[in-house]
Design a protein around this ligand. Structure first.
Ligand code: BES
Ligand code: ZN
Ligand code: ZN
Length: 510
């Protein structure tokens, strides 16, 4: 399924890495006379390339990429890709990822099928193993295109021209570490692409039942994954009335899905972690109907669950020594004669009564059931929810940054570090104590809305009520789960799969 172009990474010993090179990627070395140092090119071409990058005002800023076609028969190499080194002279992990993505795009447009990475580029990475993984991730993620619904999808896919990347190594130890890095890059980016596909698929196809089926299909024998599905009647018996209220206006039946992964018996599992995703397959707002413009992209309101599913897809290959639970309650939020109403009082799994101040604050109602179920029944060491929860977080942080809030500073720090490694952005918002009063209800235990000011914070404080003292963090991904415009080539327009790589890294660091 995942809409990635096939891209083969081949390891070759340093000595023969340049055989049949078609394009070479190398850092630009500028000495005092402003010339390129060690280009893998005949002398005559070096001069030409030197003149050209200056003419094009290439400034050698960190991760700046310039791919120059060489119109000469003096060399078999047809393109040289210069990479800026900035003033630090080392390539950080995130620079490597960006370089990978930029190079991929440039070579596609130059119709180049094979790229050779110059050993100098790897040598100048902060850490060549981690850097190589980031570089390969960047290339793969830039190749993502969602063309499932395009009629001319065959001719579109012809555009994936770059097929092979040659990576040089020296010594068998390095070879093994590079192999692993490349393998991990493939697993991480495929999982991300899966999440992107789920988010990009329209709600008419990605309805609650479909989302449940995708989870169920992950539980094949030997994968270490199990999947329990609860339908409406079973949810009723469990007491998940808040979620059932959200779902009752829709033609689609809701499902509560509980995935679990256990490491192979030979590995002792160290910790138990739960990941909970918001899974509203379409959010019309319900009777508090959203205005047209705000409704357009609301197929993305299941992005939290898409991230959980993408991540679970990667687990059988990565086999982390951690017990991982993935939970979501899939439902559609629609208006209609049977829809829940503003003013209704609904009962959450843990017994808490909630006054519905606004039917558009539906995600927190489903999460209340899922979080309290997780805390009471699974009792994990930590739980993290991912949710396209509020428009307010976009007002606070814009569309590139995820808001993180929670009850456990260690957990939050670990998530922030993991996000940094993954090249994803998070920023912590405060659980300011006095704002909790905004959720007070006159007729129930709590209200599901706290007003417009600090909307992302009061939403988190609503969720906090259902965490039963289990260390918990909440990731409000309403902004970065979806790219409305392209800000970087590894994040094409549409679903981004935000959090898949952050959480995989978080799990690995446990
Ligand atoms: N799914 C939306 C939040 C959202 C908005 C996600 C924009 C992605 C982009 C959520 O269910 C919602 O509607 N929240 C309301 C809460 C309000 C009624 C308290 C909001 O943010 O306006
Ligand atoms: Zn809503
Ligand atoms: Zn929503």
């Amino acid at each position: 399924m995942p809409s990635l172009s096939p891209l083969q990474f081949t390891l070759r010993s340093k000595r023969d890495c340049f055989l049949d090179a078609e394009a070479v990627l190398e850092p630009l070395v500028v000495d005092s006379e402003q010339t390129v140092g060690s280009l893998y090119l005949p002398q005559v071409l070096q001069v030409a390339v030197n003149a050209e990058w200056k003419r094009r005002q290439f400034e050698s800023r960190l991760a700046e990429v310039l791919c120059l076609p060489l119109l000469s028969s003096d060399s078999a190499v047809r393109v040289v890709c210069l990479v800026g080194r900035g003033d630090k002279n080392v390539f950080s992990n995130s620079a490597c990822r960006l370089i990978g993505a930029r190079v991929y795009r440039s070579l596609q447009s130059l119709r180049i099928s094979r790229l050779t990475v110059h050993p100098d580029f790897l040598a100048q990475m902060e850490d060549s193993v981690v850097g190589l993984q980031a570089f390969a991730e960047g290339m793969r993620l830039a190749s993502y295109r969602f063309i499932l619904f395009k009629n001319n999808n065959k001719s579109e896919s012809k555009h994936s021209i770059l097929e092979e990347v040659i990576v040089p190594y020296s010594g068998s130890a390095m070879k093994r570490r590079f192999e692993r890095a490349l393998q991990r890059a493939e697993i991480f980016s495929t999982a991300t692409a899966t999440a992107r596909d789920l988010v990009n698929t329209p709600s008419m196809d990605m309805h609650p039942k479909r989302l449940m089926e995708i989870a169920r299909d992950l539980a094949v024998s030997g994968s270490g994954i199990r999947c329990r599905v609860y339908d409406r009647a079973e949810m009723e018996r469990l007491g998940m009335h808040a979620s059932l209220s959200v779902a009752q206006g829709s033609q689609h039946e809701p499902f509560f899905v509980h995935l679990s992964y256990r490491p192979p018996r030979s590995v002792k599992s160290r910790k138990k972690i739960a990941l909970i995703g918001k899974a509203i397959t379409f959010d019309s707002g319900g009777l508090n109907l959203k205005p047209g413009e705000s409704m357009n992209d609301m197929k993305i309101d299941m992005a939290g669950s898409a991230t959980v599913l993408g991540l679970f897809q990667a687990l059988p290959q990565l086999q982390p020594p951690v017990e991982i639970h993935g939970l979501f309650i899939a439902a559609e939020n629609m208006p209609g004669g049977s829809a829940y109403r503003p003013g209704d009082v609904v009962r959450v799994y843990d017994g808490t009564t909630v006054e519905v101040g606004n039917t558009d604050a539906e995600g927190r109602l489903t999460l209340a059931d899922a979080l309290s179920y997780t805390a009471k029944r699974i009792k994990p060491d930590a739980m993290v929810d991912l949710a396209t929860l509020t428009g307010a977080v976009i007002i606070a942080l814009g569309s590139d940054v995820t808001g993180v809030l929670g009850t456990d500073s260690k957990l939050i720090t670990a998530l922030r570090t993991a996000a940094e490694d993954a090249g994803e952005y998070v920023w912590q918002l405060p659980m300011h104590a006095s704002y909790r009063d905004l959720l007070k209800s006159k007729i129930a235990d709590i209200k599901n809305v706290g007003g417009r000011p600090a909307g992302a914070i009061t939403a988190a404080q609503f969720l906090e009520r259902f965490t039963q003292r289990v260390p918990w963090a909440h990731l409000d991904i309403a902004g970065p789960c979806y790219a409305e415009r392209e800000t970087r080539p590894d994040l094409p327009v549409g679903g981004t799969g935000w959090g898949v790589r952050t959480l995989l890294r978080y799990i690995e660091q446990l």
